[in-house]
Design a protein around this ligand. Structure first.
Ligand code: C2E
Ligand code: CA
Ligand code: CA
Length: 718
C-alpha cells in the first residue's frame, strides 16, 4: 500500500459513514469499512462476498438493483433513503449514496456505496434521547456510578452507549475505547473457564439482542479489545444481558452487567482454584495448562508479526521409568519425588514459562515468543536440556539417593499445528517417539512421525524387531591405501533383508529410522556387531596395525546425550580400542550447532576415536570451520569421483584434496569404479579409495576372505 492509500484506508476506517465497494453486476460486497460492518453488526470477513441487496430492507431484488444502477450517472452520484438490516435483524434508516468507481481498470465495474445514518451519531448519545431526558438521565448516571458491578448500555447494534466506571475498570479499557464501539467488531475475546473460545454469536449480548430474551453466563473469561495486552489479562466474570425495550415495546438495546469473579477465583480453597493447580505439586493443573496453550496460540495468531507473541513451543516432559520408583518404594515415596521434581522446575515460571502437571509423572511446559539472538528451536532444545539437567541432578528423598532421567517431546506453533489441542497432541507424538529411543531423549515433532503413526507402523515395527534380533546385516567395504595398495580398513554399511519386501537399501530405511527414532536401535546393533567382529579379527591378526573400521553416524544419534559414553562402553565390553573405529559424520551436522558439535567431537577425540567427514562437498559447511575441528579423515563424495571426466569436477576434487592436505587431514575418494578415476586420484594426491573397482560392500565372511587374498599393488607399479 502506498502512503496515500494507507492514509485513505485509515480515514475510511474512522468515518462514521459506512463505506462499501460493490461489484456492479452482482452487488456482491468486495470491501467494507469498519464503520460499515459496525453499522450492520457483522464482522467484515462475514460480509465479504455476501450480497449487499440482502442487507437492504425491504430486500432488494436483483431487478431492482439493476434499475437502481441505471440511475447512477457516469459522473456524479445517486442518493436514496433505504433501511439497512443488521445481523440481529434491527433495521436502521440510512441515506445510501451510490457512485461509479473509475479509479482502476477492474474487469468488472465497481460501485462505491456510502451508508449514512439518518439519525446523526451525536443524537444517539445526546440529551434529546426520547427515553431518557433531563433529570432522569442524571439520576441514571449517578445510579450506575454507585454500582459495584460493571454496567454498560448497548444500542441495537451492540455499540456501547454508556458504561459506568466499574465496567471500564473491570475490562481495563479507557472510556474512549469503549464508548460508541461495538462489542462485536472487532469482537471482544470470550472464553469459557476451560479456555474454549466462545463464538461471538453465542455471547450474551448478541443472544439478547437477537432473541429479545435475557441471557446469563455464570462464569466466563473476557478480554476487551483495543489495548495491546498479553496473556493472563482475561478477567473472570459472571455475565447477564437484559434486553431493553422502548416505550413502543420494540428492542432498543440491552443492559450488560459484568460481575467480577476474580476475587472469588483467587480465594484459597475455591473450587476453581483447586482446578487451576495440581494439588500435589501446585504446578498448574492439566486443564489449566492446556487452556494456556490455547490462549498462547490464539494470541500468537492475532499478532503474527509480533516477535514476542508469534511463536509457541510446547514441551511434554516424562520421567523415564517412574513406575519402578512407585513399585519399589510405594506411592507415598513417589509423591515425595514428584514434589521434589516440581520444586526444581517451579522457578522457570519467573521466565514466563508455564508449567503444568498433566499425568502422574508428566509435565507440560509452554513457552512463547522469541529471542532475536537464538533460533526458536535452539531455545526450545536448550530449555529441554535444562529441564533434563534439573530433573537428573541426584535427588535425596527419605535418605535415599535417586537418579532420574527424563524424555522430552517438543512441538511448536505455527510449524506443527494451528490450534492448541493439535499442538499439545503433537508434543505427545514427539514424546512417544522420544520414549521409543530409550531414556533421556529430546525429540521434535515432525510430520513424518504423524504419518508413521498411521501408516508406517508395520515397517517401523519390523525394523526395530530386525535390529533387536540382529536381523540386519553389517557389510564391510574395503578401503585401500593408494600408495601401498594395502587394505587399511573398511566402511561398515548396514543391510536389511526384509522377510517380505526383500533387500531394502539403507538410503530408504535410514531416513525413516531417523524420523521414528528406530535409528538408535540400528546404531546400537551396528556398533555392537562391528565391535565383536573387530575383536575377532584382532585375535586372528587379520587387520594390519593402524587399520580402522568406519561406522556411519546419523546426526540425530550424534546429538543424543550419552552417545559417546554408550559407544565407549560397547567397545570396552569386547576389549576393542576406540582408535580402531572411525566415526563418519556428515556435513549437515556442522551446519547445525557448531558449538555443540565441536564439543562432542573433542570429547570423542579425547577418548581416542577418529572422526571423518563423509560426503564432503555436498553440503554447505564452511571450510573455515574445518581447521577448528579435530577431523582425521575427509571423504570426497562419490558425485565428484564419478564425474572426474568433467573438468569442473576435477577442479573441485583437486581443491578439496589440497585443502585437506594443507590441514593435515587424511583423504578417501568414495565410489571409485574405474582405473581412470583411480589414476586421477593418485596423481591429485588422494590418500585412500573405496569403490567397486576393488570391492563392493561384502558380508563378514567374504570380507575376511578378501583380506586374506588381497595382494597389495603399489601405486608406484602403475
Ligand atoms: P555412504 O556413507 O556415502 O556410503 C557409501 C555408499 O556408496 C554405500 O551405499 C556403498 O554401497 C556405495 N558405494 C560404495 N562404492 C561404490 C561404487 O563404486 N559405486 C557406487 N555406485 N556406489 C558405491 P549404501 O550401502 O547403499 O549406503 C547408503 C547410505 O546409507 C550410506 O552412504 C550412509 O549414509 C547410509 N548408511 C549405511 N549404513 C549405515 C549405518 O550403519 N548407519 C547410518 N547412520 N547410516 C548408514
Ligand atoms: Ca559413509
Ligand atoms: Ca559417503
Amino acid at each position: 500500500m502506498s502512503e496515500a492509500e494507507e492514509l485513505l484506508a485509515l480515514l475510511v476506517d474512522h468515518l462514521q459513514d459506512g463505506v462499501w465497494l460493490l461489484d456492479a453486476d452482482s452487488a456482491a460486497i468486495v470491501e467494507v469499512s469498519r464503520s460499515g460492518s459496525v453499522q450492520v453488526g457483522s464482522r467484515a470477513s462475514t460480509l465479504l462476498e455476501t450480497n449487499f441487496c440482502s442487507l437492504i430492507e425491504p430486500e432488494m431484488t436483483s431487478e431492482a438493483w439493476q434499475l437502481l444502477l441505471a440511475q447512477i450517472p457516469t459522473a456524479g452520484s445517486h442518493t436514496l433513503a433505504v433501511g439497512i438490516r443488521s445481523a440481529i435483524g434491527y433495521v436502521q434508516a440510512v441515506d445510501l449514496t451510490l457512485t461509479r468507481d473509475h479509479s482502476c481498470g477492474h474487469q468488472h465495474e465497481r460501485i462505491l456505496a456510502i451508508t449514512r445514518s439518518q439519525i446523526p451519531e451525536a443524537d444517539l448519545s445526546g440529551a434529546q434521547r426520547p427515553e431518557l431526558t433531563g433529570d432522569l438521565e442524571t439520576l441514571l448516571d449517578a445510579t450506575l456510578e454507585a454500582l459495584g458491578e460493571g454496567v454498560a448500555i448497548l444500542d441495537q447494534l451492540g455499540r456501547v452507549e454508556k458504561a459506568n466506571s466499574a465496567f471500564l475498570e473491570l475490562v481495563d479499557l479507557q472510556q474512549s475505547l469503549v464508548l460508541d464501539h461495538s462489542m462485536f467488531d472487532p469482537p471482544w475475546i470470550w472464553q469459557s473457564v476451560q479456555g474454549d473460545f466462545i463464538e461471538i454469536e453465542d455471547t450474551p449480548p448478541v443472544q439478547a439482542l437477537r432473541t429479545g430474551k435475557a441471557q446469563r453466563l455464570e462464569h466466563v473469561q473476557l478480554r476487551g479489545n483495543g489495548l495491546n495486552r498479553t496473556l493472563g489479562d482475561l478477567i473472570s466474570v459472571e455475565v447477564t444481558c437484559e434486553p431493553l425495550l422502548g416505550e413502543d415495546k420494540t428492542l432498543r438495546g440491552a443492559v450488560l452487567v459484568l460481575s467480577d469473579l476474580t476475587a472469588l477465583v483467587q480465594s484459597v480453597g475455591h473450587r476453581e482454584q483447586i482446578e487451576a493447580t495440581d494439588p500435589l505439586t501446585s504446578l498448574r493443573s492439566r486443564h489449566h495448562i492446556t487452556a494456556q496453550v490455547d490462549a498462547a496460540v490464539r494470541s500468537a495468531e492475532r499478532n503474527p508479526s509480533d516477535p514476542d507473541d508469534a511463536r509457541v513451543g510446547v514441551l511434554h516432559v516424562d520421567l523415564d521409568d517412574f513406575r519402578s520408583v512407585n513399585d519399589t518404594f510405594g506411592t507415598a515415596f513417589g509423591d515425595e519425588v514428584l514434589i521434589a521434581v516440581a520444586d526444581r522446575l517451579r522457578d522457570l515460571t519467573e521466565r514466563h514459562i508455564e508449567i503444568g502437571r498433566v499425568g502422574v509423572d508428566e509435565f507440560l511446559v509452554v513457552i512463547t515468543g522469541n529471542d532475536a539472538s537464538l533460533s526458536f528451536d535452539t531455545r526450545l532444545r536448550r530449555l529441554a536440556e535444562e529441564l533434563q539437567r534439573r530433573i537428573e541432578q541426584p535427588l535425596v528423598v527419605e535418605g535415599l539417593e535417586l537418579r532420574l532421567t527424563a524424555s522430552v517431546g517438543i512441538s511448536r506453533y505455527p510449524a506443527n499445528a494451528s490450534d492448541g489441542a493439535t499442538l499439545v497432541r503433537a508434543a505427545d507424538t514427539a514424546l512417544a517417539a522420544s520414549r521409543r529411543e530409550g531414556r533421556h531423549q529430546v525429540r521434535f515433532f515432525e510430520s513424518s512421525l504423524d504419518k508413521r503413526g498411521r501408516t508406517g507402523l508395520a515397517l517401523d515395527r519390523d525394523l526395530r524387531l530386525a535390529a533387536a534380533q540382529r536381523n540386519l546385516q553389517v557389510y564391510y567395504q574395503p578401503i585401500i591405501d593408494l600408495k601401498s595398495g594395502a587394505v587399511t580398513g573398511a566402511e561398515a554399511l548396514v543391510r536389511w533383508n526384509h522377510p517380505e519386501h526383500g533387500p531394502i537399501p539403507p538410503s530408504i530405511f535410514i531416513p525413516d529410522a531417523e524420523a521414528t527414532g528406530a535409528i538408535s536401535a540400528i546404531s546400537d546393533m551396528v556398533v555392537t556387531t562391528v565391535a565383536e567382529d573387530l575383536a575377532g579379527w584382532n585375535e586372528q591378526s587379520l587387520l594390519k596395525a593402524g587399520s580402522r573400521i568406519a561406522i556411519n553416524i546419523s546426526a540425530t544419534e550424534f546429538e543424543q546425550r550419552g552417545f559417546v559414553q554408550r559407544l565407549a562402553a560397547t567397545l570396552n565390553n569386547v576389549g576393542v580400542l576406540p582408535s580402531q573405529l572411525e566415526l563418519e559424520i556428515t556435513e549437515t551436522l556442522l551446519m547445525r550447532d557448531v558449538e555443540v558439535t565441536a564439543q562432542r567431537l573433542s570429547d570423542l577425540h579425547e577418548l581416542g576415536f577418529l572422526v571423518s567427514l563423509d560426503d564432503f562437498g555436498t553440503g554447505y559447511s564452511s571450510l573455515s570451520h574445518l581447521h577448528m575441528l579435530p577431523l582425521h579423515t575427509l571423504k570426497v563424495d562419490r558425485c565428484f569421483v564419478s564425474e572426474l571426466g568433467d573438468g569442473r569436477s576435477q577442479t573441485i576434487t583437486r581443491a578439496i584434496l589440497n585443502l585437506a592436505q594443507g590441514l593435515g587431514i587424511h583423504t578417501v575418494g568414495e565410489g571409485v569404479e574405474t582405473e581412470d578415476q583411480r589414476r586421477f586420484l593418485i596423481e591429485a594426491g588422494c590418500d585412500s579409495v573405496q569403490g567397486f573397482l576393488y570391492a563392493p560392500p561384502l558380508p563378514r565372511l567374504a570380507f575376511e576372505k578378501f583380506m586374506k587374498n588381497h595382494r597389495p599393488v603399489s601405486a608406484l607399479a602403475v
